[in-house]
Design a protein around this ligand. Sequence first.
Ligand code: ADP
Ligand code: MG
Length: 323
Amino acid sequence: ATMPPLLSAIANAGRHGVLVKSAVVMERLGQVDAVALDKTGTLTEGTPRVTDIRPLVGSGLDAESLLTLAAAAEHPSEHPLARAVVAAALHRGLTVPDTRDFTSAPGVGVTATVGGQTIAVGALARLLDDAGDAREPRDAGDAHAHVRDAAKAADAGCAASAEAAVVGAELERGGRTAVLVQRAGLPVGVLGVADRLRTDAATTVASLAILTGSAPMLLTGDNARAAALLAEEVGIGDVRAGLLPQDKVTAVQGQEKAGHKVLVIGDGVNDAPALAAAHTGIAMGRAGSDLALETADAVVVRDELATVPAVVNLSRAARRLVV
Ligand code: ADP
Ligand code: MG
């Protein structure tokens, strides 16, 4: 028997390095008329490197001890930024201490207890906001001494937050992701992290714009400055930055309510809800998180973004043969 067109298209997609999970998906791929791409790990290679290590003035830390603390907290995380921080520490021959009580919040960062103190590492804008909330006086009936201590801590916290914000803005203007490190709720340093654009990012964005007939969207949890710089390089005009996982879903649903069938391409745990909400979701396989790979309808196994427009074309060709 000759193979049904959608099945041979799946085999063909496999030869291109894309795992399409079903014939239904193979068919749906050709229907998409809008596209939303994640930034880190999707438009970029997903192997970021630490470029800057900036302990804050009052922290008493040097570059190596700041990096050690951050690496300890990041050690259990599978986020590309976490792997960059750990790799930087190991590269410098630093010993990464054990941690307890690890938690992670997709699109925000991680916390862990290192040597009895809580270390938080993550998105500068988000952590500084939270620190501001934590310093709000809670109970007017507190003992005077507590109020005085809290006020002192708030002063120290304000100075450190202000310094962190300045350092972070400088790094972000240079296209870096600014990663804040906090110890016991106070900022102690900022790391700059940068990833390379995929060599096929701009051509893929252009192909997808032509194939879908609409302007591609960038959906990222990263900061607006770095996102805008990268968007300009790849030719994306519609940039949504500082998004939490649920915000990515809302952006996709907005397009779908406007009548579009949206293709979402992502790699992270933070992309999983948007991959699920999309008409069709594709995950980047090499650096992708397990959750993204499981949630997506198709997986780019060979690490090339340009395979995505290729499989959309395969789907369209197959659908012309299906009666
Ligand atoms: P993107 O949407 O571009 O793939 P994410 O949503 O995964 O990015 O992350 C958004 C931001 O949250 C990152 O730019 C970073 O500042 C912060 N972040 C998330 N996880 C971590 C982590 N493990 N370590 C440091 N920063 C993190
Ligand atoms: Mg990502």
